[in-house]
Design a protein around this ligand. Structure first.
Ligand code: PMP
Length: 399
């Protein structure tokens, strides 16, 4: 039966980690996957997560199945983190929330919902975007196209191109927007530009689909980083929104996240929630309980919530600091080039503009593992390694 199976290519992001692991070089540096590392380049478990887990151990709760749509306390927390605790949308039950398998699983449920209930609609993705977006929508049988986003000339946002493409999309299309800290470019619209995007979506009757994978990681503030979805909600737009706790709570392997549908009518929210539950039931039945309990413990307690915020600021602060170091070294080693994009970009990543051949040099000669699109995860860089990385980049550009 299975003899004809072809070998699948390695994943463009997670395959980089496999290659990194296989290398025996002492200099090797994994800047592929966006996962936070300490200055010692070790994975980091947040103190507040350990505290929550200690409390959970004491409570010794059972391991029964969660409801299909997840832990009620988690659902409340996650909707409030997204829209604000005082949101009228939440008070009026105009939101459907389903706990799902982190950002990826939440996007996948959203995609399945689109396929079933918004058939024939095309999803528009930013060019470039997180590579898995294409997989997820294609896997759900949803057609996707791209809108202009990044301008290599300015190493910034091609706002005019983006607006033109969103305008050019058929009315009622689905526009995927990164809530904050755009992956891979680290380039976000300004608040004024977000306002214009919201108005255009309203005008065109588009359905925005926010992907919020870095709330708290862009600015260090959970509220500030939810600016776009909160503003869209205030304007009365309906939208879908996936959330991930992989990065901001460091819960990567726990797979905790949610898919939300913000709608204009509570009865619609109930129906959408029922359909999302049906999708989840067929795919994996119900979500994991451990991570959802952690989020609920942390968000539900004021002291722990404040501790979380402080740790998030610490993590985003460390990334900003290595970003600054890398910038200084690059300016020192290659002053003829304008490196200002490095410090302009936000979040975990820097989009270096390195070509695939230059990326190959980074990996083959310098043992710097990164994605082929030229993206580096600064969350995987230490201050001590910043000069080494600058040397590798300059060498790869010059040779
Ligand atoms: N969306 C974006 C833009 C991401 O960068 C990521 C993580 N790399 C995700 C979603 C989903 O990650 P996870 O499934 O771990 O939440």
């Amino acid at each position: 039966f299975m003899e004809g199976t072809e070998q699948a290519p390695p994943d463009p992001i997670l395959g980089v980690s496999d290659a990194f692991k296989a290398s025996t070089s002492p200099d090797k540096l994994n800047l592929g996957v966006g996962a936070y590392r300490t200055e010692e380049l070790q994975p980091y478990v947040l103190e507040v997560v350990k505290k929550a887990e200690a409390i959970m151990m004491e409570k010794a709760e059972n391991k029964e199945y969660l409801p299909i749509d997840g832990l009620p306390a988690f659902k409340k927390c996650t909707a409030e983190l997204l829209l604000g605790a005082d949101s009228s949308i939440i008070a009026e039950n105009k939101i459907a929330t389903l706990q799902s398998l982190s950002g990826t699983g939440s996007l996948r449920i959203g995609a399945a919902y689109i396929n079933a209930w918004l058939p024939g609609k095309t999803v528009y993705l930013s060019n470039p975007t997180w590579g898995n977006h294409k997989n997820i929508f294609a896997d759900a049988g949803v057609e996707w196209k791209m809108y202009r986003y990044f301008d290599p000339e300015t190493v910034g946002l091609d706002f005019a191109g983006m607006m033109e493409d969103i305008k050019g999309a058929p009315d009622g299309s689905i526009i995927v927007l990164h809530g904050c800290a755009h992956n891979p470019t680290g380039v976000d619209p300004t608040k004024e530009q977000w306002e214009e995007i919201a108005s255009l979506c309203q005008e065109k009757g588009h359905l925005p689909f926010f992907d919020v994978a870095y709330q708290g990681f862009a600015s260090g503030s959970l509220e500030e980083d939810a600016f776009a979805p909160r503003m869209f909600a205030e304007k009365g737009l309906e939208f879908l929104c996936s959330q991930s706790y992989s990065k901001n709570l460091g819960l990567y392997g726990e797979r905790v996240g949610a898919i939300n549908a913000v709608v204009n009518d509570a009865a619609v929210a109930t129906r959408v929630a029922s359909q999302m539950k049906r999708q989840a039931r067929a795919m994996y039945s119900n979500p994991p309980v451990h991570g959802a309990r952690i989020v609920s413990e942390v968000v539900g307690d004021e002291d722990m919530f404040n501790e979380w915020k402080a740790e998030m600021e610490m993590m985003s602060g460390r990334i900003k600091s290595v970003r600054g170091k890398l910038y200084d070294y690059l300016c020192e080693k290659m002053p003829e080039k304008d490196w200002s994009f490095v410090t302009r970009q936000i979040g975990m990543f820097s989009f270096t503009g390195l070509t695939p051949a230059q990326v190959e040099n980074m990996t083959n000669k310098w043992e710097v593992y990164m994605t082929k699109d030229g993206r580096i995860s600064l969350a995987g860089l230490s201050a001590a390694k910043a000069e080494y990385l600058a040397d590798a980049i300059v060498d790869s550009i010059k040779n």
